[in-house]
Design a binder for this molecule. Sequence first.
Ligand code: BTX
Length: 325
Amino acid sequence: ITVTRKLAQRLIEAQGVALSGQQLADDFGISRTAVWKHIKELEEQGYQIISVKKKGYILAGLPDTLEPTAIQAILKTKRLGRSIHYIESCPSTQIIAHQLAQENTSDGTVVMTEEQTAGRGRMARRWHSAANKGIWMSVILRPDVVPQKAPQFTLVAAVAVVRAIEQVTGLKPEIKWPNDILLNGKKCTGILTELQSDADGIQALIIGIGLNVNQVADDFDPEVQNIATSLKMESGKEIDRKELVSSMLQFLEQYTDLYIEEGFGILKLLWESYSSTIGHPVRARMAKETLEGIAESITDEGVLQLRTADGKLHGIYSADIEMTS
Ligand code: BTX
């Protein structure tokens, strides 16, 4: 942790009370000029700092970035996000998270970026990740569960994201099985869960969450302009990304703990209550075939139960779902 970051932390903790340059210099064992230089650096990062004569420095505003100090100042979790790796731009947070997971990084570590140049979706699809407008993050979990229990984490994460969007914006998102979150039928979030496992079981689960927050229509690639939306486009308001990250991590911690301790039961009910798929006619495109029918429910394993016109019930493990009415 750098002196600049420690300084930011001190200013945040002071909650609007002035901190004298001399005091800070003594505390950090540096000169007052050095303190001033770190203050300038924070201002460049977007912190608003007022310098009051004979009193010192007061923090008047946090930057609109996803800088760890600013997030951790409002974070209420025990484990998730207590360690955040923040990079201004990277190909994909999933790649970094995979590397960290192999290096024994702790449960709950988060990789966060402002921009991805090669964000990925399922099946090697692209995930467009415009700079400074969204939340592009990967959460590393090390749950002590058997690998068969891994797929449900995507559904648990979807419920956590929906609850956070509701809490911060008041919007009412819907979940489309298994991992899309929609507002007015358009996609605002994608979730990608990847696994590192060996003969001993799950080593790490890497939950990638891509959330469109403050984009306007023109910020989207033409390829997705008709199918994508952002929280700003739906609510008409600029949304504080830090609040959303904090809320998402809190729900994700609460719900993954609940899943591990109590099983999928309650979460399945929650998931179904937000689902736009259950009870509706859908078309499920899979690698080898396409089926049409009514999406009846999901099982305790997260498998979609689709009943075709001939009355047969099919378990769908992985597919792209389209509503057919
Ligand atoms: P998916 O395969 O369900 O969705 C990918 C599809 O969604 C694309 O083919 C495209 O049609 C559409 N799409 C692409 N970008 C956007 C966007 N910004 N908004 C709406 N629709 C879009 C979903 O996969 C999983 C996405 C996970 C993204 C996170 S971001 C942090 C982490 N790092 C990383 O590289 N991926 C994850």
